[in-house]
Design a protein around this ligand. Structure first.
Ligand SMILES: C[S@@+](CC[C@H](N)C(=O)[O-])C[C@H]1O[C@@H](n2cnc3c(N)ncnc32)[C@H](O)[C@@H]1O
Length: 401
């Protein structure tokens, strides 16, 4: 039997990454550049953000007037507060609302909607708070009610609950800006949103090193600590190389077309040795598509389907391309398998076996069978199946008529 307390502690620990003010500001600036009124008159909900340590709350409270917000609501989650920030702050403990029992088990809600201090300005000093009836779980009825009231939902949600959080947000048809992990792109709950342009990557930080605060004393790999320090964050910080923003708010980056060369120019001049000097682009064995291993090697004049790295989505402009699928189960209806294998050895790009196999697997197996199980391969030499890296299928979007 797993020890639930231990498991929960581990899980919670993986969820404690605190977003830096500068990253939030950079990303919000991209939406504001595109539409200076994007937040005007809006109610913004920050559903995983205790203002005692959330820079999201700080940013939106400090910029409340400039953004023209109608209301800011921020909710905190009691279990992580109790585990990682054990002492209630002076702010809470000196308040007449303070309750020594509730402080460890009840979440809190912080609202900014009026000039409480009477200084003629709306800012962090005007935050009003109260205990929630429950622990502040975003899935609870009371936080869900706050979601329903809000126009825009913004946060870095717990990583372990990303799927639930996204589903919870999308279900309410709200605007949102949330931090996640690049790997989430190919989740079957996530990819359809990207394919149908109901969600896209944000404007900054995607897949590049982003620094996050961690609870005091948390164990951080030395390399990550160093990287964070090199970016100016010394102490309880780590860095994650594959975080990204997911949003359905528009920004200018996604309307900038990628500059591209023709296929023949790529084959002659590409900076990638995998392309330059080759006779042509590789074709998948089981998809009617070409393999494009680098986003900057997408040929401008290829009319068919192209498989590109997931990081392409950071450069994706819906006016230039359409997203057709991904090489994951359930994500490529529009790019069907042209062949499936019963018997195969799967090897990595470097030729080493992955351990995955099917049917009467052996190295001499007949690979020509249909109705097999595996579905994302390049047939390397007619005998061995080479797994391709995860790819997104795209096509050029050409003007109609
Ligand atoms: C990745 S951290 C980010 C914190 C903050 N949003 C930020 O960006 O600095 C996720 C936070 O979600 C909170 N959390 C964990 N599980 C939650 C749940 N079920 N409902 C609401 N919040 C939760 C924890 O308090 C944790 O600090």
């Amino acid at each position: 039997m797993p020890n639930n307390n231990l498991w929960n502690a581990k899980n919670a620990k993986n969820d404690e990454f605190y977003t830096q003010y500068a990253d939030i500001e950079k990303e919000m600036n991209a939406y504001l550049e595109f539409d200076p009124d994007v937040f005007r008159g809006k109610a913004v909900l920050l559903p995983c953000d205790d203002p005692e340590w959330s820079n999201f709350t700080k940013y939106f409270a400090q910029n409340f007037e400039r953004l023209g917000l109608a209301k800011l609501i921020s909710t905190s989650y009691a279990p992580s507060a109790a585990m990682y920030h054990r002492q209630p702050t002076l702010w809470e403990s000196s308040s007449p609302l303070f309750d020594p029992e509730k402080t460890t088990v009840n979440g809190k809600t912080f609202t900014l909607s009026r000039d409480v201090s009477g200084d003629g300005r709306m800012n962090v000093n005007d935050l009003e708070w109260e205990y929630l009836a429950g622990d502040g779980d975003f899935l609870s009825e009371e936080v869900t009610r706050l979601r329903d009231e809000a126009d825009v939902i913004i946060t870095n949600p717990p990583f372990s609950m990303f799927r639930d959080f996204l589903a919870w947000t999308v279900k309410a048809h709200k605007k949102f800006v949330i931090i996640g992990n690049m790997n989430a792109i190919t989740y079957k709950e996530v990819f359809p949103l990207i394919k149908s342009d109901r969600m896209w990557l944000g404007a900054t930080g995607n897949g590049s090193d982003m620094v996050f605060g961690v609870p005091p004393g948390a164990v951080v790999a030395a390399a990550d600590k160093e990287k964070a320090a090199r970016l100016g964050y010394v102490g309880d910080y780590t860095r994650l190389g594959n975080s990204c923003w997911f949003t359905n708010l528009d920004h200018g980056r996604r309307h900038q077309p990628l500059p591209l060369m023709t296929m023949s120019d790529n084959l002659r001049f590409s900076r990638h040795k995998e392309i330059r000097g080759k006779a042509g682009y590789m074709k998948y064995d089981n998809y009617d598509a070409i393999e494009v291993p680098f986003t900057d090697a997408i040929p401008s004049d290829y009319e068919g389907v192209m498989g590109v790295p997931i990081s392409f989505l950071d450069k994706y402009s819906p006016e230039q391309f359409e997203v057709l699928g991904a090489t994951q189960r359930g994500c490529h209806d529009a790019v069907p398998d042209t062949v499936k294998y019963d018997d195969y050895w799967e090897v990595r790009q470097d030729g080493s076996k992955t351990g995955s196999s099917g049917g009467k697997t052996n190295e001499n197996a007949n690979l020509a069978g249909n109705d097999g199980k595996k579905n994302y391969f390049i047939n390397k030499d007619g005998r061995v199946i080479q797994s391709a890296y995860q790819r997104v299928f795209i096509g050029h979007r050409r003007p109609v008529g």
